[in-house]
Design a protein around this ligand. Sequence first.
Ligand code: NAG
Length: 196
Amino acid sequence: MKQLLYIFTIVTITNTAYGDDGQGWPSVCPHIISRTRWGARPAHAVDYAIIPIQNVVIHHTVTRDCNTEEECAELLKEIQNFHLDILEFHDIGYNFLIGGDGNVYEGAGWHKVGAHTRGYNSRSIGISFTGNFSDKLPNRKMLKALKKFLACAVELGELDGKYKLFGARQVSATASPGTRFYNELKNNWPHFTLDP
Ligand SMILES: *[C@@H]1O[C@H](CO)[C@@H](O)[C@H](O)[C@H]1NC(C)=O
């Protein structure tokens, strides 16, 4: 246990050293909009996950779209309020979100236990795309952001290089991340697995 705490501490310090502005981050990393920047409320509780994490679960928010940082920040605040106040989660449920503006937004964040996929929260990174992707694909900027984010997560040692990627619908009673987007992941994304 002592050793685990030690690892968590190092990771935390390392991430802190990168700062909010992304300076000093590995070049594969996308710019990530911090909680402070989008105006998140503090988490009610924080649980740490053991890294490197083995799984990535993709979701959609099933909300309106957002297309600018301002719109996405507003939407994320509503989602966080819903998760904290109505669902009584400990924080916004997803570890990260990808906005229609092509930005990656920090949710619960790195090596934290989210609240997005029962049974998988402590061993996956949950990433949610803003919008409803039943009948349409996320735009190119969003897909590019996911690709960069995954490469970055591996580079940082947060995500195992042999990670499995799958849709929330494969492991829980939901249509998420939407049929059209799910088919895209299934047909075209490396690391996708039919066997989560
Ligand atoms: C998501 O989009 C599909 C297809 O347009 C629609 O049938 C469904 O009602 C939408 N879901 C929500 C919760 O709005």
